[in-house]
Write a protein that binds this ligand. Structure first.
Ligand SMILES: [Zn+2]
Length: 515
């Protein structure tokens, strides 16, 4: 065989293959050609490949499909894409699905998507270390009319509704909604708008029947009126602070009610595919399961974030979560610089019983995927310098893609979750829903997105080790078992032993995406 005609570009030798929807983990070699998986076999001959990589018996997960990220929300997209996709690569994420909209934050402007989205793609081009695509939020009537075109011509098949944006500010206090949403004066971002977004998605399906299964609407389910009223109660009473205050100000029934409204609207508009994003509480999960029973013809998907699975409202300072001597050397400094408000997010981090209920729902198969909801918000931006302890003026969101796989594996294993199930929740299920047909599994013909993972390595989370621009993490000091050692994107090494390697080579995944 001549060197030019070798069947494989790369063989990853000696791994334990973790496939979703499987109960076994087999010792195999992975043969890769043209960026795709070309063979899975025992003892593939190194002489048949240009290069071999020793997998050292580690687990090989399919690259993670992070269904929910917010690249470009708090700092310019061109900058955020570079740093936050590095954080993704560190976490084993190879497909980054980002929520994007017009209005305040992101590109800070309003325009029809036919102008706005090509600009987003132009900025993104060459700046992602992992593959990426976008979910778009129709903010105004004009956007709704564009939905069939976005699906047909721009590869955008998933859309978002932020149910509380109409009258409740992003960070807890109502700000000027018009400045925030940037929608025409005679329009409202309300339940009627949500109905018409769903009708727009249905129209996109009807006009593009081949895309029917991969077109969906995702909803952030919280009810503005409930949150506004409870925020006032919590602030007036003044008994709670930090994460417990924020959770009480956005109570779980605010999620439950929004889930009922969202589900009924999907029924009314005959929209078969809706995704209930980041459920955080028993009430939210129960409401979602009730709706599944009432509307069995709707293909619901239910999402949970790694933050809501790893943290509760009693979140302790880093030194109280670690036994690592090295880490604890500058204990005082670490704790001083860290605040519980770093974990502020919408919907809020909940008390422990809700967290354990999410795990039960996961183990029962009632949750479809786990994501990071990665939104890099720097420390300077996160809290308000004039009242650094006030949770209601701090900004919402934080990064976490770095810890998605480790967090799920570490906490999941303790509760009896198999690695195969982790692969289903973090790779296969979101890929299937969102039309990434050759992502999310390690089968022949799939993109060679491979994560080599040491299930036995325990490490302490340190923000200083992340390539993210955030500079802190609410996960600081957590001890996790299971660590990403190497990440391959379409057969190319992008992360190894703590370092991102190479130039950004992520590409836009126009959907349906097939290799
Ligand atoms: Zn989000």
């Amino acid at each position: 065989m001549s060197a030019q005609n070798l069947p494989y570009d790369l063989i990853i030798k000696n791994v334990h293959l973790v496939r979703p929807k499987s109960t076994s983990i087999d010792a195999l070699d992975i043969g890769i050609a043209g960026g795709k998986i070309a063979a899975l076999g025992i003892n593939l001959d190194p002489a048949t490949a240009h290069e071999t990589y020793d997998g050292k018996g580690l687990l090989a997960f399919p690259g993670l499909v992070d269904a929910h990220m917010h690249t470009g929300i708090y700092s310019p997209l061109e900058k955020d894409a570079l740093t936050e996709s590095r954080a993704a690569a560190m976490g084993g994420v190879t497909s980054s699905l980002n929520y994007m909209r017009t209005g305040q934050y992101y590109l800070n402007k309003s325009a029809p998507y036919k102008e706005f989205f090509p600009e987003v793609l132009a900025i993104s081009n060459g700046r992602f270390y992992v593959d990426y695509c976008y979910h778009l939020a129709p903010m105004m009537k004009e956007h709704i009319a564009e939905m069939p075109m976005l699906a047909r011509d721009m590869g955008v098949t998933s859309f978002k509704i932020f149910m509380f944006y109409g009258s409740h500010g992003l960070h807890g206090r109502s700000a000027s909604q018009k400045d925030f949403l940037m929608i025409p004066d005679d329009e409202k971002y309300d339940i009627a708008h949500f109905e018409f977004v769903m009708r727009g998605a249905k129209k996109a399906m009807d006009e593009n029947p081949a895309l029917r299964d991969i077109i969906s609407v995702s909803l952030h389910c919280e009810t503005a009126e409930i949150m506004t009223a409870y925020t006032k109660i919590v602030e007036t009473e003044g008994k709670l602070s930090g994460l417990p205050a924020y959770s009480a100000s956005r109570p779980p029934h605010s999620e439950g009610l929004a889930i009922f409204i969202a589900s009924y609207l999907a029924h009314e508009t005959a929209l078969p595919n809706i995704n209930l994003l980041h459920l955080t509480s028993r009430k939210a999960v129960d409401a979602a399961m009730m709706m599944q029973m009432v509307f069995p013809h709707i293909n619901f998907r239910r999402e949970v974030t790694v933050g809501h699975l790893l943290m509760d409202t009693d979140l302790k300072p880093p030194s109280m979560r670690s036994e690592d001597k090295e880490f604890l050397k500058d204990k005082a400094k670490r704790d001083l610089e860290w605040t519980q408000l770093f974990a502020k997010v919408n919907p809020p981090i909940r008390p422990r019983p809700d967290v354990e209920y999410l795990w039960e729902a996961l183990l029962e198969g009632n949750i479809d995927w786990v994501c990071s909801d990665h939104a890099c918000c720097s420390a300077e931006m996160k809290t308000d310098a004039s009242s650094p302890d006030n949770v209601f003026v701090a900004k919402s969101g934080f990064g976490g893609a770095e810890y998605l796989l480790s967090g799920m594996f570490s906490e999941g294993s303790k509760r009896g979750m198999s690695a195969n199930r982790v692969a289903e929740l973090c790779s296969w299920n979101p890929a299937e829903r969102y039309g990434l047909k050759s992502k999310g599994d390690l089968g022949i013909g799939f993109d060679a997105d491979v994560v080599l993972f040491d299930p036995n390595e325990t490490f302490t989370v340190r923000a200083s080790e992340s390539p993210s621009a955030q500079g802190y993490t609410p996960f600081e000091g957590m001890e996790l078992t299971g660590r990403v050692k190497t990440t391959f994107l379409r057969g190319k090494k992008i992360f190894e032993n703590g370092n991102v390697v190479g130039e950004p080579s992520g590409k836009y995944l126009s959907r349906p995406y097939t290799a």
